[in-house]
Design a protein around this ligand. Structure first.
Ligand SMILES: CC(C)(COP(=O)(O)OP(=O)(O)OC[C@H]1O[C@@H](n2cnc3c(N)ncnc32)[C@H](O)[C@@H]1OP(=O)(O)O)[C@@H](O)C(=O)NCCC(=O)NCCS
Length: 164
């Protein structure tokens, strides 16, 4: 696997790039001030994947709510898909979340978002519910996915093998 990227904490300096990435990746991107806000809260984990020149290739925001890691958003630059970046962002965010007390994880995903569904299934998430007409721009349903138990050892091994 090509590993010419690293995962690190998101900073204020990344906000413009993260906003641009989000706009490229979603029909309903987050406003820039939402990412800025996430950087100020204790319960948010905000990470980026950057290349050797510090260009932002991917980003993830996870909320730790009591003992649950809720995946709020994850996106990888469309020119850098299927290089393992999404997996490494998710693995690292879950490890940080586990360090803060998360034991399980939950998220909503568009019903027809096959790349995202494949990513989440790879990590053991499974469908536990559906939110009808969840996405306002086109009324697509959201599937509610759950990872019942965050396995720290498995994630550490995955990260060591694939992301460092
Ligand atoms: C979902 C997303 C973050 C995945 O990022 P990525 O860096 O391409 O993912 P990875 O390279 O780590 O791939 C993880 C697994 O997902 C699967 N996968 C990824 N893209 C896929 C695609 N287009 N088709 C089928 N499977 C795919 C593969 O099985 C891969 O496992 P493998 O390495 O064993 O082949 C990326 O597609 C994206 O940014 N999409 C737009 C934003 C979005 O929809 N975010 C999710 C919101 S819920």
């Amino acid at each position: 696997m090509d590993k010419n990227y690293t995962i690190r904490a998101m900073s204020q300096d990344d906000l413009t790039s993260v906003g641009e990435l989000d706009a490229l990746s979603f029909a309903e991107p987050w406003p820039m001030h939402s990412f800025a806000y996430e950087l100020t809260t204790d319960y948010s984990i905000c990470l980026v994947a950057v290349d050797l020149e510090e260009k932002v290739l991917g980003a993830i925001v996870v909320w730790v709510i009591v003992d649950e890691a809720h995946i709020a958003t994850i996106a990888v630059n469309p020119n850098h898909l299927k290089r393992g970046i999404g997996s490494c962002l998710l693995a690292q965010a879950l490890l940080v979340a586990a360090g803060r007390g998360a034991v399980s994880s939950m998220l909503e995903v568009r019903r027809h978002n096959l790349p995202a569904l494949a990513l989440y299934r790879r990590f053991g998430y499974h469908r536990v519910g559906i939110r009808r007409n969840y996405y306002k721009n086109d009324n697509e349903d959201a599937l509610l996915l759950n990872l019942e138990s965050i396995n720290i050892e498995v994630l550490r091994n995955f990260f060591k093998t694939n992301c460092v």
